[in-house]
Design a protein. Structure first.
Length: 345
């Protein structure tokens, strides 16, 4: 509760800091043998020094140091230090020593330039720790803000990719349904039911950060059944699943785009059987996903990787930076995709 109040009220926080900081210096003087009253009034001049600190740290520093105008900085900073030392010396001469400490026999050179210069050096030393604290705090705050901005940018990009994924998937699936409808297939109502399940998955589960691997595979099967309606007996599909999927959590729409990509390539083969292999394996803290499918002769070389695969690749870069390997390869008229994800965080 107290910490929250201090964080919100900077005036209270700064006041408490300066009281504590002054107390430390007074205590050190007392330890070195100076009477408490003398030690306490020695730092009365800090009432003039503290405003100098704020002028320095909140005006000169951001205006000149952060913009790398060092010559202007020192041109203002050095005279300001000397002026501050002179004013403190003047306060000590006319108020602190004669009034509070009742010392009237002051040396003739009390206000001399060497003494003012010596006090200026002490002021610089005195303000060293608060200045270092302010600089380190600002550095940390800037770093935190930068990380927050980067995180927000990643979340924004990821949400955009998710929003892009759904229309793309829907477009491809509707094309499949259109093909069935043109043929007057009796399987069209069943295909619509499968599509309804998939749309429900994308609408409700697709917005989650993580879902169970079992749920992803369940909807992968819905998608496969939808494709089976289109390809019929021509489709020779092997779905191999190895490992324990019960506790594995992954982002939604990771496996389905790979399967969709495999079927997309196959749609270019108008004749003959179509062999597709999908393999999903969980081994300790890693998941391996691979697909193998034939590639039609009519595929364009500049359009091998559709929106779905490119989208997936970008999402993986955001969600699993340096914790995944995604390979796409075509050889001997077959297309191979291999994805390895490290699940430990």
């Amino acid at each position: 509760m107290i910490i929250k109040v201090l964080q919100k009220n900077r005036v209270v926080t700064h006041t408490i800091f300066w009281i504590f900081y002054l107390f430390i210096w007074v205590l050190m003087d007392v330890i070195y043998g100076l009477p408490f009253k003398r030690a306490l009034f020695n730092y009365l001049g800090c009432g003039l020094e503290i405003p100098f600190y704020y002028i320095h740290m909140y005006y000169l520093w951001p205006k000149y140091i952060t913009t790398k105008r060092y010559l202007y900085y020192f041109a203002f900073f050095l005279p300001l230090v000397l002026l501050n030392a002179y004013l403190v010396r003047l306060l000590n001469y006319h108020v602190v020593f004669p009034v509070f400490l009742e010392i009237t026999d002051l040396p003739e050179n009390f206000m001399s330039f060497p003494r003012v210069l010596s006090l200026a050096r002490s002021i610089l030393l005195w303000f060293g720790p608060p200045t270092a604290i302010k600089i380190l705090r600002d550095y940390y705050q800037d770093k935190v803000n930068l990380e927050r901005i980067k995180k927000e940018q990643k979340i924004s990009e990821l949400n955009f990719l998710k929003s892009q994924m759904n229309p793309h998937f829907l477009f491809n699936t509707l094309n499949n349904l259109y093909s069935l409808a043109l043929k007057g297939s009796k399987k069209t109502p069943e295909a619509l039911l499968q599509l309804s399940n998939l749309l429900s998955y994308m609408l409700y589960d697709g917005t989650e950060d993580k879902i169970s691997l079992e749920k992803e595979i369940h909807h992968l099967n819905d998608y496969i059944e939808l494709e089976k309606l289109r390809f019929g007996n021509r489709l020779d599909l092997t779905l191999e699943m190895i490992g324990d999927f019960n506790t594995v959590m992954i982002p939604p729409m990771i496996i389905i785009p790979l399967a969709e990509n495999a079927f997309k390539h196959c749609s270019l083969n108008e004749r003959g059987n179509i062999n597709i292999k999908i393999r999903i394996q969980v081994d300790k803290d890693k998941i391996y996903i691979s697909t193998i499918n034939p590639v039609g002769n009519t595929i364009k070389s500049d359009n091998k990787h559709g929106i779905g695969v490119k989208n997936l690749s970008k999402r993986l870069e955001i969600i699993y930076p340096q914790k995944h390997i995604f390979k796409l390869e075509e050889r001997e008229k077959k297309f191979y995709t291999d994805l390895t994800i490290e699940l430990n965080e």
